[in-house]
Design a protein around this ligand. Structure first.
Ligand code: AMP
Length: 289
């Protein structure tokens, strides 16, 4: 891709904290609102929705690209994670990002760094199946918040438990930062965009979208006044009796939208699922229509 000079001049790629903070200081002196979109790279239209929301409500938008090793509880998973820096730069350029912050590991985690422990929404959903994952998430987000001190930070509902944890974290420790949740973006077959989709072959993708289609139909056929516990039993039977093509599930359950508990009716809940296609772990969640 040949970049026009004017576009090049408008986006900064910064790798160190000192430089980043010099630019942030001038923004803040000019009373410019800073929107922050943390990512692990492999940018796609889901990230694009976060970027768009940030640009609608802030003067400057910073995207961080940092493949955070501390949130991978499985080293093989980290090694396989798709990385594509060139495309990420192009994507940010096209989307008129002001700054890409792309630190190395030691910029974020100095020697002898002590991981921050997550205290929210523990022992359920992904926290139950990926021990330590959210300690890594809370640590990296805390460090990035301390460095950037944005006005608003954007997180996708695709990782709903993560969004809820960060929202609590900010309320407790970063009260000046407003956490904004952003809707999941899906492709025309209903699949949520995910960097991990790059690990799937076309056959797996077909199984995946068929499964999501059938699952959604089933969920939407349920009475919205059903208790969560009752609906979860029905879902369990449906999955047991259906040839889903999915190798292994970590979980598939409704939980309350507001506190992720198993209390209340499915009207005020989301359906959460995590499963494996070949060896790729995928997560999704949706509300009943
Ligand atoms: P990641 O790079 O996977 O860590 O994701 C960075 C941010 O993008 C997180 O807040 C995710 O929830 C969000 N995100 C990932 N996929 C999607 C999607 N399909 N729609 C909306 N947001 C997403």
């Amino acid at each position: 891709m040949i970049l026009s000079q004017s576009l090049l001049l408008k986006m900064l790629i910064i790798k160190d904290i000192v430089n980043l903070q010099a630019y942030l200081k001038t923004y803040k002196l000019n009373n410019e609102k800073i929107g922050f979109v943390p990512t692990m790279g492999g940018l796609h239209e889901g990230h694009g929705n976060l970027i768009k929301s940030s640009q609608e409500n802030n003067d400057k938008t910073i995207v961080s690209i940092f493949l955070n090793p501390k949130q991978f509880n499985n080293i093989e998973d980290l090694k396989r994670y798709p990385v594509n820096k060139g495309d990420d730069y192009d994507y940010c350029l096209k989307n008129k990002i002001d700054i890409i912050f792309e630190p190395n590991e030691y910029e974020i985690y100095p020697l002898n760094y002590k991981l921050i422990k997550n205290n929210f929404f523990q022992n359920i959903l992904c926290d139950k199946f990926r021990p330590g994952h959210f300690d890594g998430v809370v640590s990296v987000v805390s460090e990035l918040f301390k460095i950037i001190e944005p006005s608003n930070a954007y997180f996708g509902y695709k990782d709903y438990q993560q969004f809820k944890i960060i929202d609590q974290l900010a309320k407790k420790k970063f009260s000046k930062i407003i956490i904004k949740g952003v809707e999941t973006v899906r492709d025309e077959t209903g699949l949520a965009f995910s960097t991990r989709n790059n690990l799937l072959n076309s056959n797996s993708k077909e199984i995946y979208s068929k499964f999501i289609f059938n699952m959604k139909n089933f969920i939407n056929s349920l009475d919205s006044g059903l208790e969560i516990s009752t609906a979860n039993n029905l879902v369990r039977d449906f999955i047991k009796d259906t040839n889903t093509g999915i190798g292994k599930f970590d979980y598939h359950e409704f939980r309350s939208d507001s506190d992720l508990s198993l209390k209340g009716t499915i009207n005020d809940s989301r359906f959460f699922l995590a499963f494996y296609l070949n060896s790729t772990r995928l997560i999704d969640n949706f509300k009943i229509d």
